[in-house]
Design a protein around this ligand. Structure first.
Ligand code: ADP
Ligand code: MG
Length: 514
């Protein structure tokens, strides 16, 4: 296949000094699906923003269709036949699907083309929908449609703009397994119609399934370009992190004991005042991990907030070791040996303007062990925080570094270290490995299982289904504020099966959901 695109020795230093690309080579053949893989922070999005004219490279050259290019903005890239679907969608919520697709390129009619040609608009968009199997409701307002459809609208939009080379930045991060299957069908249709795809992901199973070739980025450098048929997940992950990675969490079967957390008929409202939890009941026992699966926005956030005291429940009970938690404050709950690893560690997990040591000490300052008379025992604190940093592999020069200067993975390790250091009886982890690199994920997962085996009750909420499946002994699926399935995580349980519940296609009888 002829070469469509060549990026040579791309370097990018952002104004704050971050070197996001440090010598990247990328060659894309016409008509291929090229996977761009790498851990979080490897520089994938930066490289694609440079290609698309959103960022200018510090040095390096780009050739497209044999010609050197120097885009001044996305407009130039679009004009040259490129399209990019970003990690965060950029649609106008109050416009309809069809209006979003044609936005900026509305077909016109009449003298001097002053009238909007709606008939042509629908005809053309419907043609695209049919060709690529990207089913959407053209008349619906974008704010009312689910995430999977918003993504289709983004893809239809770049197609409408005439894109031949389409960049998809982590497109499956927000999709259910079924929606991912549908997306992959559409990508195949795009290839059939003569398009070229750059597909960014860190999910290796997807890479193996869909790509023709793979370029691996590590720490801002391109490490290798491989033919998909000649490689495997182990090799790619080794290239990504520089060593072998375990895909499965090694664990022995759970030995659940007493009920630690009992949630009954819990109801709560979301920020807009509509019902987000609609009668939730479940138990978590000492020595087991309960995973909460579901497409984001089906009540996960509200459930965690209700249990941890951040959100008032409107009905129901939450009993923790026999005590009612509903009236307790966050601070009171934290003191009851409840470990909380929140979804948003930047705002509620850690204090970014405090040092690592101050963050780690949060729940320990009152502990007499760290006092000398009425003063803090600085030496003890230093010792304690250094050991914690070692144990939890927090990579920073010393404990006096500001938490805000740490990478996402290291910051998460600080939060986890702090929460586990109080030996929680109940551990609640929400999206615990989001934005965390593979090496750290493996480490955090092992820590969670260690706590389970030590008798803690663990609840893991994750939008990553493979993470829920790797960690959990039982899995509750949230859909529309209800637990629609409570499943034993046996070896024959598949992602597909859970996916049916996540989409609301299947629902267990109430007796089964206990
Ligand atoms: N606008 C920016 N300013 C400064 N640093 C940035 C900016 N965008 C990304 N970075 C940093 O550049 C590095 C690479 O980021 P990114 O290209 O988003 O990686 P990836 O998409 O592979 O996760 C990260 O350390 C990130 O924090
Ligand atoms: Mg990215």
């Amino acid at each position: 296949m002829p070469i469509l695109l060549e990026m040579k020795d791309i370097h990018k230093v952002y104004p704050n000094g971050t070197a996001a690309n440090r010598g990247v080579h990328l060659t894309v053949h016409e008509g291929e699906i090229h996977a761009l893989v790498g851990e979080n922070g490897a520089g994938k999005s930066t490289l694609m923003k440079i290609l698309f004219g959103l960022e200018s490279p510090t040095s390096g050259t780009i050739e497209y269709k044999g010609q050197p290019i120097n885009f001044h903005g996305p407009r130039d890239a679009i004009q040259q036949g490129m399209g990019m679907v970003h990690q965060h969608f950029m649609l106008s919520p109050s416009l309809t699907v069809s209006e979003n697709i044609v936005l900026g390129n509305e077909p016109k009619r009449g003298p001097f083309s002053i009238f909007r040609d709606r008939a042509r608009e629908y005809r053309e968009v419907e043609q695209l929908v049919a060709t690529y199997g990207l089913q959407v409701n053209l008349q619906a307002k974008v704010e009312t449609i689910p995430v999977g459809q918003k993504q289709r609208v983004e893809i239809l939009k770049v197609l409408y703009q005439g894109a031949k080379l389409i960049i998809l930045d982590e497109p499956t991060a927000v999709l259910t397994p079924q929606e991912t299957d549908e997306l992959f069908d559409s990508i195949q249709a795009l290839i059939t119609e003569g398009h070229t795809i750059i597909f960014i992901t860190h999910k290796l199973r997807e890479v193996m399934r869909i790509s023709n070739r793979i370029t691996v980025l590590r720490a801002g450098k391109s490490i290798a370009t491989l033919q998909t048929k000649d490689t495997n997940q182990e090799e790619i992950s080794r290239l990504m992190v520089g060593r072998e990675v375990l895909f499965r969490v090694n664990k022995v079967p759970a030995e659940p004991k007493d009920v630690v957390l009992a949630v009954r008929n819990l109801e709560a409202l979301d920020d807009k005042g509509t019902k987000a939890l609609n009668g939730i009941s479940f138990d978590i026992r000492s020595g087991e991990v309960l995973g909460i699966a579901g497409v984001e926005g089906n009540g996960q956030t509200e459930l965690v907030e209700a249990i941890t005291g951040l959100r008032k429940a409107t009905a129901g009970h939450i009993r923790y070791q026999g005590k009612e938690l509903l009236e307790a404050s966050v601070a009171e709950i934290r003191k009851m040996k409840v470990g909380i690893i929140p979804e948003d560690r930047q705002t509620s997990g850690a204090s970014l303007t405090s040092t690592i040591a101050e963050n780690l000490m949060l729940d320990h300052y009152r502990n007499p062990e760290f006092k000398r008379g009425i003063f803090l025992n600085k030496k003890k604190i230093k010792q304690f925080t250094q050991i914690m940093m070692q144990t939890y592999d927090v990579r920073a020069q010393n404990e006096e570094i500001m938490a805000g200067a740490l990478s996402g993975g290291n910051l998460q390790k600080v939060v986890v270290a702090r929460e586990l250091s109080k030996n929680p009886k109940l551990l609640i982890a929400s999206q615990p490995t989001r934005g965390v690199d593979i090496g750290a994920i493996e480490f955090l997962h092992r820590e969670f299982i260690k706590r389970r085996d030590g008798g803690a009750a663990v609840m893991v909420v994750s939008a990553e289904l493979s993470e829920v499946m790797a960690l959990s002994d039982r899995i509750a699926v949230l859909y529309n504020g209800e637990i629609v399935a409570l499943l034993d995580n046996t070896p024959d349980l598949t992602e597909q099966e859970i996916g049916y519940y996540m989409l609301g296609i299947k629902k267990q009888e109430q007796e089964e959901v206990r």
